[in-house]
Design a protein around this ligand. Sequence first.
Ligand SMILES: [Zn+2]
Length: 337
Amino acid sequence: MQQEIDGLKVEFEQEIANVDSEKSLEALRVRYLGRKGILAGLFKQLGAASKEDKPLLGKSIHGLQKLVQETLDAKNAEIALSGDELTPAGFDPSLPGRLPWRGNRHVLAAALDDVIAIFHGMGFSVADGPEVELDFYNFQSLNFPDDHPSRDLQDTFYVDNDVLLRTHTSPVQVRYMENNPPPVRIIVPGRVYRNEAIDASHAAEFHQMEGLYVDKSVTLGDLKTTLSHFAREYFGPAAKLRFRPHFFPFTEPSAEADMTCFICGGKGCRVCGNTGWIEILGAGMVHPNVFSSAGYNPEEVTGFAFGFGIERIAMLKYGIEDIRLFLENDTRFLSQF
Ligand SMILES: [Zn+2]
């Protein structure tokens, strides 16, 4: 009897493969599962089997019944899906499907890539350094006097007396020059930390882009050309730069650079405070003391350095009004870029 069951299983599988309509499927169902069907016959025979054979044979017959039932159900679903007459009213299979939801790059990552690409085009390569930094690299080597206000605990997160979270990307200037002879042409994108009260335009952690170019006879003109090119590439061909004298310990002379307001084109609007100009970065010629700290001879080389906030330029370019949005992970904000 076991052989008969095995044979029926093979037979059923051949038959179901030939079924191509609801009608032939129903006929097969009746033949196997009907009141006088093959399975009913098997169960009848089981009654006559010996006591020892019964459990195993019963198991085999139930297995076959389950297989037949499940295979018929699956085939039924298959036929229903392919049958035109079973297509639900109003369903148009020729309509395009809905696109699956896709994530996108964070606006800061995209801004960073855009900026890096512009400086790559001018021959700068990317360097980086530690975010937990020694006081020496963050301040001393950059010509910050011991009593400089930015060393204050109110501005800097100290780990201990000599170790702090870097407040700018400038320490990488000295670290890089210590290990590489001139000429140097690097940009340093990275995260920096300030002990700030957080509001719409201040964050305790944000991103900076540092630039450093050192060679024989680099001039302030080279600095302005480089930054003007960057401003035009990033903000559009109408962007113009102007330098205002400023003070940074690690550059001499130092300047803050303003860009013509790209919203009003210089006429004056809310974004530029009616001046027509927007401050975008700080820059200057590398101070001789910084060269000396890094082991360069200030008599032999000159160079320029600049730095700006990635958040700041992304906020300007995209009209983002609150720096906190970058870290809130709200997809309604992030999916706009
Ligand atoms: Zn304006």
